[in-house]
Design a protein around this ligand. Structure first.
Ligand code: CA
Ligand code: CA
Length: 299
């Protein structure tokens, strides 16, 4: 199987990045990933302020998908996420929301075993692996891997896990898919600026869908479909994701405008993905059963 090693990384999503590998539409590819610290935190004495910041948020890739052209959609089925044996976290003054009140830098190492993340001697949390950074190249320029935007990127959406399908925009030939920043577990908001940051490997199937029939980025899990939107503030991200789902219900599911709005108000859940990155990210989730009742099938 095609594997992209974890030493083949980018720190910005850009059309200028040389492809690390090439795949056909329908191929399965493994992306080995470093943690968001570039592996620089191995023990509690490794502090955030001492890190080499040019090595933060490495994303493995990019993968060139043959046949993908600007204006298409890249369908990324996340088949499997394998994790390393320990995760790392930091809290530091000025970082994230809780960092507004933090008075010292602290690092925590969290062992991962038997499906659990050991938080401390008194508490373990169930493993819930997710991808923090996953995106395609923007049409022009270079977006740092720490920034989420319409190309995906650092969305830190905890729903992006194994068994889900993420749809991303193709802005340049080949799409140039890259990913990294796995979390062993993370809550909505990511309030202390990180999840349980961990290295690992992600197995995906990539398929080119012609045109853009969905508001992108768009995620389908076992239970929900959702638009994911990033903007400078949480208010703007919340509005954008809601209005994108409204457009989807009108254009693809063929509901009249007022019913699209009403349905989102009745059955849609507007949630925060993360509130700590350079752009903030929200999602609007709708149960799959509702779309099935309305006779909608995903591309
Ligand atoms: Ca992240
Ligand atoms: Ca992270």
């Amino acid at each position: 199987m095609l594997t992209i090693r974890r030493d083949t990384v980018v720190y910005a999503m850009s059309p200028e990045n040389a492809p690390a590998a090439r795949a056909q539409s329908g191929d399965t590819v493994v992306f080995e990933t470093m943690d968001c610290f570039g592996g620089q935190i191995a023990c509690p004495s490794d502090k955030l302020g001492a890190l080499d910041w040019t090595r933060i948020n490495p994303a493995t890739g990019p993968l060139f998908v043959e046949g993908a052209e600007a204006g298409d959609t890249l369908k990324v089925e996340i088949l499997q996420i394998d994790l390393a044996e320990q995760a790392a976290m930091v809290e530091a003054p000025g970082e994230g929301i809780t960092g507004l009140m933090a008075d010292a830098e602290n690092t925590k190492i969290l062992p991962v075993q038997d499906g659990q993340v050991r938080f401390n001697d008194r508490l373990s949390l169930p493993l819930c692996p997710m991808i923090g950074v996953i995106g395609t190249a923007p049409e022009t320029g270079a977006v740092p891997t720490g920034t989420p935007d319409s190309h995906g990127g650092n969305m830190d959406c905890r729903r992006i896990g194994a068994g889900t399908t993420l749809y991303l925009p193709v802005n340049v030939p080949g799409a140039l898919l890259a990913m990294g920043d796995l979390h062993a577990v993370m809550g909505d908001g990511e309030v202390c600026v990180c999840g349980a940051e961990i290295a690992g490997a992600v197995t995906v199937r990539v398929t080119v869908v012609k045109g853009q029939p969905l508001p992108l980025p768009f995620l389908v899990t076992q239970e929900h479909a959702m638009a994911i939107s990033s903007a400078e503030g949480l208010d703007a991200a919340a509005e954008q994701t809601t209005l994108r789902m409204r457009s989807f219900l009108m254009e693809q599911v063929k509901l009249p405008a007022h019913e699209a709005g009403m349905l989102l108000s009745l059955a849609g859940d507007l949630r925060i993905c993360q509130a700590v990155d350079p752009n903030k990210t929200c999602r609007m989730e709708l149960p799959l059963g509702i779309l099935a009742q309305l006779g909608y099938a995903f591309p």
